[in-house]
Write a protein that binds this ligand. Sequence first.
Ligand SMILES: [Zn+2]
Length: 265
Amino acid sequence: MLLRKREIELSELAESIADYYCPDGIVDPEKIADSIGITYSYGDYGNAFDGLIEQEAGKFHIFINIKNNSSNHVRSRFTFAHELGHYFIDEHRHALLNGKTPSHPSFTNFSSKNPVELEADHFASSLLLPENRIKKDCIKKPFNFKLIETLSAKYQTSITATVLKLMTIDKHPIMLVCSVNGRIKWFKYSHDFPFKWLKKPAGITPKFTLAGTYFSNKEKFEEELPLTANEWFENVRDSEIERPFFEKCIYADKHSFVLSIIWEK
Ligand SMILES: [Zn+2]
């Protein structure tokens, strides 16, 4: 997790770039690259990376791997924005220019714990979903999955990227939990989320949650459903056991993957 101060810094940097190069309509990473003279190519690069930025003699080139997502425009946009982050974030660009990291492969799966990757991911979601624009879209709207879907369609971003950005704008405390095969792969929460500990045993998707239900009997839920704090969280005070939350799941059967979006009622 990035420090709040750093998150704000990166968000402001990304937003200023979005506003400068793409003041109207959708933010287009290709247009930004063209404007600053970064070249790019899309190709099948096997499983080596989703995106890569290289520097040679001060010239930068971005590679976007379309092997697994030739039809996934949304994913390529995020990967592209992430690689732009490695250019626009001063420390990342200097490292590339100094040859400290001649190039490094990046993956668009949000599971990295490497701070450099976390920074580029946060930059990417802030570039594609500029804070002031989405704040305007959120005014007087209740927080629910419909809002997330509307924003993700409008800004051409994945549900995950959209939630990750919403987590940082203080609209509503949110938690995201990614489970694979009944085990928790990663989780993230907004700084103001009221609970920080997931239910024990550690690393196992809690049984009586929507995600847990999918792993025990493959049952899926289209809609967001209410649950109580003690179903997902550990160390819940007696008075808060019944504190109401919502959970909405996104399923990917092929990989036995479930993304849970959890927010307070
Ligand atoms: Zn990266």
